[in-house]
Write a protein that binds this ligand. Structure first.
Ligand code: C2O
Ligand code: CU
Ligand code: CU
Length: 525
């Protein structure tokens, strides 16, 4: 089969949907008949937790998995299903993990190996955009190439594949442990379509320090807001046809932006909050859209603390009044609602003006409210949680390990998105780093018309420099995505400490990735 065939379905003229009284920004491809949607009628859903099970569907595990003892076993079933993006919209046919969008939240604990048996129950005769052959990448995870969701390791409907998530860290570094990862389809050429169909979910990580228990009696525990006060927020824009079906333009090489911005799968949901601190885990879960968040109490900006980035907790919280993030980046924030009176309405707004997949073209002073927080409580609620001044220390960058310096240029050549002038080539690795070594990657963008969120699999990297200078405080932690424009080349410190074999890196604007801004490195012994 020709893996480069572009499907033309999904191109039918669609009806974009606008919501009154809000003016929703329309993507260029999404002009259409507006309908009225009432904001703040759907409660913000929290994706269900992916629970382990003892009953194994199918054959026994292979030795790669049993070498880890009897790992925590989970099943993830990919199947067609329906999802409603808003109370007043028709149900949308999607591809769901265990029946939900976003997929169920996968919970990990340091040192507890886990296996996911991913069962593809999609329709083999599927018509329309997307391909029912799937891989799955645990994004940010430190796992072997076998388990990483290599884009060509796709499985057909009616089959399954095991992903071993060992929950180890390189060098067993006691300072290293992530907090918010995610998982999503990664099928070669079809990642954008399959992820847009719905194949994405969150993956949270805990350990003794960040234990997920704000009442933890362990004196070392940070006691960050936990349980009902620890809320993932998946931001994703979509475009719908008038009948509620997903509108997707497979030929949009810039990356599609949709006019409906959703949070945890809902357009303009509300969350009732108590007068206390909340931890929010923010994922840029779009195909191409970037976000700039501000939190508003009427026309007053509410400051908040950034506590974590892609690779886990920062050494210290950073207080800000706005935060920008690109596709696939995760940042965690703590918002304190304790000082707001009962009945106060707080909104989290997106302030970027972005009408196509290239890049945002401006900042709107008012922005578009995405979530409404309704504050309840006559008095401040009891709050045992804390945001300590010291979160997770950062191990120093070890320059003695550096064995190579690489130059990476992201550009457009002959209609393809390329890395060092070449589109994806499954046969030739771009680099062959040595196991145990580190490298300096100097990454730049050629051409000012677009942004690229570059993602590297397998280990978190560190941003040594952005635009020649030290990066902002929130970019100094462990990262796996770096948002790039031509004005901000970066210097990265990348390590290869545990596994040998092939790993990809790519632009996480998923249209760019599919068309074919992806390369792979091969870690050699
Ligand atoms: Cu989140 Cu290779 O991707
Ligand atoms: Cu990844
Ligand atoms: Cu890109």
């Amino acid at each position: 089969m020709n893996r480069r065939t572009l499907l033309t379905t999904g191109l039918a003229a669609g009806a974009g949907i606008t919501a009154a009284p809000f003016i929703m920004r329309k993507g260029i491809a999404q002009a259409g008949t507006p309908v009225t949607l009432t904001p703040w009628v759907d409660p913000l859903p929290t994706p269900p937790v992916l629970n382990p099970t003892n009953i194994v569907s199918g054959a026994a595990f292979d030795p790669r998995v049993t070498a880890y003892g009897a790992p925590n076993y989970h099943e993830l079933i990919e199947a067609e299903g329906f999802h409603q993006f808003h109370r007043d919209l028709p149900a949308t046919k999607m591809w769901l993990y265990n029946g939900t969008f976003p997929g169920p939240t996968f919970i990990n604990r340091r040192g507890v190996p886990t296996v996911i048996r991913r069962i593809n129950n999609l329709n083999p005769a599927h018509v329309g955009f997307g391909i029912p052959e799937t891989t799955m990448h645990h994004h940010g995870g430190h796992q072997s190439p076998m388990d990483d969701g290599w884009p060509l390791d796709f499985i057909a409907p009616g089959t399954y594949r095991d992903h071993l998530i060992p929950n180890i860290v390189p060098d067993n570094d006691s300072n290293e442990w992530p907090s918010t990862l995610w998982y999503h389809d990664h099928c070669i050429d079809y990642t954008a379509a399959n992820v847009y169909r719905g194949l994405a979910g969150m993956s949270l990580h805990f350990d003794d320090l960040d234990s997920g228990n704000e009442n933890d009696i362990n004196p070392a525990a940070l006691r960050l807001p936990s349980g009902a006060y620890d809320v993932p927020l998946v931001f994703r824009d979509v475009a719908l046809n008038a009948d509620g079906s997903l509108l997707f333009n497979q030929l949009d090489t810039k990356g599609q932006v949709g006019n409906l911005k959703t949070v945890n799968g809902k357009v303009k949901p509300y969350l009732t909050v108590q007068r206390r601190k909340y931890r929010f885990r923010l994922l840029g879960g779009s195909l191409a859209r970037e976000w700039m968040f501000r939190i508003w109490n009427g026309n007053v900006r509410v400051p908040f603390q950034i506590i974590a980035s892609d690779g886990g907790l920062l050494p210290a919280p950073v207080t800000v009044t706005q935060h920008q993030q690109g596709n696939a980046e995760r940042y965690e924030i703590v918002v304190d609602f304790s000082k707001f009176a009962n009945g106060t309405q707080i909104t989290l707004n997106d302030h970027l003006v972005q009408t196509d997949g290239n890049k945002p073209v401006g900042v709107s002073p008012t922005g578009e409210p995405l979530v409404l927080f309704r504050v309840v409580g006559a008095a401040a609620a009891p709050d045992p949680s804390r945001v300590p001044d010291v979160l997770r220390p950062l191990s120093p960058v070890d320059m003695t390990r550096v064995m190579a310096t690489r130059t990476i240029e992201l550009s457009q050549v002959g209609g393809f998105w390329t890395i060092n002038g070449s589109p994806w080539n499954p046969n030739v690795p771009i680099f062959q780093p040595k196991l145990g070594s580190a490298e300096i990657w100097n990454v730049s963008v050629k051409g000012g018309g677009w942004d690229h969120p570059l993602h590297i699999h397998q280990e978190f990297f560190r941003i040594l420099k952005r635009g020649g200078a030290k990066p902002q405080a929130w970019e100094r932690g462990r990262k796996d995505v770096v948002l790039l424009s031509n004005t901000s080349p970066v210097q990265l410190y990348v390590s290869f400490r545990t596994f040998t074999g092939p790993y990809v890196f790519h632009c996480h604007n998923l249209a760019h990735e599919d068309m074919a801004m992806m390369a792979w490195y091969n870690v050699i012994p």
